[in-house]
Design a protein around this ligand. Structure first.
Ligand code: NAI
Length: 324
C-alpha cells in the first residue's frame, strides 16, 4: 500500500519534500499540497490535490499523513490538528515558534498515548553525523568531553533577526548535540560579536561534556556545517562537505554548497524514506515531539538570557513516560 502524503507549504523546503515524495521515496506518494500562494502550490502538486488552507488538507480523506513545511509560526496549529486527526506528521524544525506551543503538542500526544509527530531534524540521517554517533557509541574515542560545532551561512536574509540565529539555526546544533552525545543540556552561555553575528554558544551537558557552537549567519564564502567530537582517547570529525576534490592550477580544492539543500540532500531523502517506513510499521523514528519541545525550550531560554551574558541554567518539566 502507498501512503498518501500531503505537504503544507511549498517554498524551498516543501518543494524539496514534495519532490522526494514524487521521485525518491518508496511506499508513499504525493497526494496533495497546500500553500498560501495557490500558484506555488499548483506548481508543486504534480497531479495531486491543491489546497490553500492547511486545515482542509489535514482533514481531507485523500491524505493519510502530513509534511509541514510552512513558516515556523504556523507549525504548532498544524501539528496539533494532525494529532487531533490521528494522522502521522513530519513537521519541519522548529516544532513550534514558542516552547509553550511545543509543550502543548507534547501534552496532546501524551493525552492520546501515541507518538504521531516527527520533527524534521534531518541531520540525524546525515551519513557523517551517523558515523560520528556510531563512533561515540562504540567507545573507540573514549569518554566524550567536547563537541565543537560550526554553523555558517553565506548571507542571512534581511528579515532574519538576531533571535532567529538561535530559534531557527542553533536549534539544529541543540538537537544534533543531544542526539550525538545522548546527553541533555543543562547550562548555556552566549558571547556575541558586535551586531550579534557571529555568536558563540557554550553549553554543558548533564554528563559534563562541553558543547561549543559558532553560529555565523553572514560568513560570505558559502554554507558550512562542521562538527568535531572529542573523546579522552581520540576525536572524530566531518571530512569535507563534498565527495570529490579538484586538482587544478597547482592547488587541490573542494567547493562549499550555497545552502542546506545540496549539503543535506542525502539526509532529507533518508529522513523521508525512514519516516514513511516507520509510519507503515507503526513505529516512531527520529526526533520526537519531546525532542522538538526541549530544543525550542532551550533556544527560548537562551534568547531570554543571552543579553545579560551570564550562565543560563536550563530547566524543563519531567519527561513523560511516552518518550522514555
Ligand atoms: P519558504 O518561505 O521558502 O516557504 C514557506 C512557504 O509556506 C511559502 O511558499 C509560503 O507561501 C507558505 N505559507 C505561508 N504561510 C502558510 C500557511 N499558513 N499555510 C500554508 N502555507 C503557508 O520557507 P522555507 O525555507 O521552505 O522554510 C519552511 C520551513 O522549513 C521553516 O519552518 C523553516 O524553519 C524550515 N527549514 C528547515 C530546514 C532544514 O534544514 N530542516 C532548512 C530550511 C528551512
Amino acid at each position: 500500500m502507498s501512503l498518501a502524503v500531503g505537504v503544507i507549504g511549498t517554498g524551498v523546503m516543501g518543494a524539496e519534500h514534495a519532490r522526494l515524495l514524487r521521485d525518491a521515496t518508496s511506499g508513499a506518494h504525493l497526494a496533495a499540497v497546500c500553500d498560501a500562494d495557490e500558484a506555488r502550490a499548483a506548481a508543486a502538486a504534480a497531479g495531486g490535490a491543491v489546497f490553500t488552507d492547511g486545515m482542509a488538507l489535514i482533514a481531507s480523506d485523500k491524505v493519510q499523513a502530513v509534511v509541514i513545511a510552512s513558516p515556523d509560526a504556523t507549525h504548532a496549529q498544524y501539528a496539533l490538528a494532525c494529532v487531533a486527526a490521528g494522522k502521522p506528521v513530519l513537521c519541519e524544525k522548529p516544532i513550534a515558534a514558542t516552547a509553550a506551543e511545543g509543550l502543548a503538542i507534547v501534552q496532546a500526544e501524551t493525552a492520546l498515548g501515541s507518538r504521531l509527530v516527527t520533527v524534521g531534524f534531518m541531520r540525524r540521517f546525515d551519513p557523517a553525523y551517523t558515523e560520528m554517533q556510531a563512533a561515540r557509541i562504540s567507545g573507540n574515542i573514549g569518554t566524550p568531553v567536547l563537541l565543537h560545532n560550526i554553523h555558517r551561512n553565506a548571507a542571512a536574509p534581511a528579515w532574519f533577526t538576531g533571535a532567529m540565529a538561535v530559534t531557527n539555526s542553533l536549534v539544529h546544533e541543540i538537537d544534533i548535540s543531544r542526539w550525538l552525545l545522548g546527553s541533555e543540556m543543562v547550562t548555556a552561555q552566549v558571547t556575541s560579536a558586535p551586531g550579534g553575528d557571529p555568536m558563540l554558544v557554550t553549553m554543558q551537558t548533564d554528563k559534563g561534556e562541553i558543547v561549543s557552537t559558532e553560529v555565523f549567519m553572514n560568513a560570505t564564502y558559502g554554507y558550512h556545517v562542521h562538527a568535531q567530537l572529542v573523546g579522552r582517547l581520540g576525536s572524530v570529525e566531518m571530512a569535507a562537505p563534498t565527495r570529490t576534490l579538484t586538482n587544478l592550477a597547482a592547488a587541490q580544492s573542494f567547493g562549499f554548497p550555497p545552502n542546506w539543500v545540496p549539503r543535506f540532500t542525502d539526509a532529507y531523502r533518508l529522513q523521508m524514506q525512514t519516516w514513511v517506513d516507520a509510519v507503515a510499521m507503526g513505529i516512531h523514528v527520529g526526533a520526537s515531539a519531546w525532542d522538538g519541545y526541549v530544543t525550542t525550550s532551550i533556544a527560548e531560554q537562551i534568547v531570554d538570557g543571552m543579553a545579560a551574558g551570564n550562565r543560563i541554567d536550563l530547566t524543563f518539566p519531567a519527561r513523560p513516560a511516552l518518550y522514555a
